[in-house]
Write a protein that binds this ligand. Structure first.
Ligand SMILES: Nc1ncnc2c1ncn2[C@@H]1O[C@H](COP(=O)(O)OP(=O)(O)OP(=O)(O)O)[C@@H](O)[C@H]1O
Ligand SMILES: [Mg+2]
Length: 254
């Protein structure tokens, strides 16, 4: 059987630093997989490789049996994979709604030429895009904040907005880089509820997460990355309870 997402022998070097070293894993469709590992383990780098922001030096990424390596980020979104960034990357001077509208796929026929010569059709299309964006905002609980500029949103709301942007792409596999980091308990719970709801709606999620409580509560499967290499894969209870992995993760702090 072909794996849903497949990372095979991926290596990536930044100058002399080997960020990914024969990294290999596969995830199946549906469910939440948490990607864990100490700082600098290569979690964000593997996201960058999967989503076309970095080309692997060696190895291959496959999605639904198709090779992705070599495709541009936009083509990978088109293939069905969208990712969020550790540092959010929102347009802070624009509204929440505009940020989501910018992530919606372009519709055929939408061109500057069309805006000049078919103004009514363009206005209709703009209204439709706004309605689509509002739907995604509502999905993450931000409908009431649609017209607020991003810089006036709380950090928790900004995190939710990054998820609304992912939903706007229509992708079926969502890669989230630390969606819960820096959040207070209430906002953290809100994100966890949302991620579980997305799983229930048929999305597949690969989530980088440092908080073991979050991992325990949302993960169906855990991947443990260390020095750019997959060290272990299994159910959260087993990975979290493994003393050798805890030693690597916390460097003996426990
Ligand atoms: N653009 C870059 N240029 C040089 N080195 C980089 C670059 N990006 C990442 N690295 C290095 O590659 C290694 C893996 O980094 P990466 O960001 O993938 O780690 P991470 O597991 O996401 O860590 P964290 O939990 O801190 O986010 C680290 O040693 C990092 O310093
Ligand atoms: Mg990272």
């Amino acid at each position: 059987m072909t794996a849903y997402l497949e990372v095979c022998g991926v290596t990536h070097n930044f100058g002399g630093l080997q960020a990914l070293n024969d990294c290999a894993f596969a995830i199946s469709q549906g469910g939440i997989t948490c990607l864990v590992g100490p700082n600098g383990a290569g979690k964000t780098t593997i996201f960058n490789v999967i989503t076309g922001f970095l080309r692997p030096d060696t190895g291959r990424v496959g999605f639904r049996g198709r090779t992705l390596s070599g495709l541009a980020p936009q083509a990978i979104v088109h293939a069905g994979i969208a990712r969020s960034f550790q540092n959010l990357r929102l347009f802070t001077d624009l509204t929440a709604c505009d940020n989501v509208m910018l992530a919606l796929p372009d519709r055929a026929g939408e061109t500057p030429f069309g805006a000049l010569f078919r103004p009514f059709a363009t206005a209709r299309s703009d209204r439709r895009r706004r309605a689509d964006a509002l739907e995604r905002l509502d999905h993450v609980g931000l409908a009431a904040r649609a017209d607020e500029r991003v810089r006036n949103l709380s950090y928790g709301e900004q995190k939710l907005l990054t998820i609304a942007r992912l939903l706007a792409t229509g992708a079926e596999l969502l890669l989230l880089d630390e969606p819960a980091s820096g959040l207070a308990a209430g906002a953290l719970d809100q994100v966890m509820v949302l991620l579980r709801r997305l799983r229930g709606e048929g999305k597949t999620l690969l989530v980088v997460e440092h908080n073991t409580r979050v991992v325990q509560q949302i993960a169906d499967e855990v991947l443990f990355l260390h020095q750019g290499h997959l060290l272990a894969q299994g159910p959260p209870a087993r990975i979290i309870a493994d003393p050798a992995l805890a030693e690597i993760y916390f460097g003996g702090a426990l």
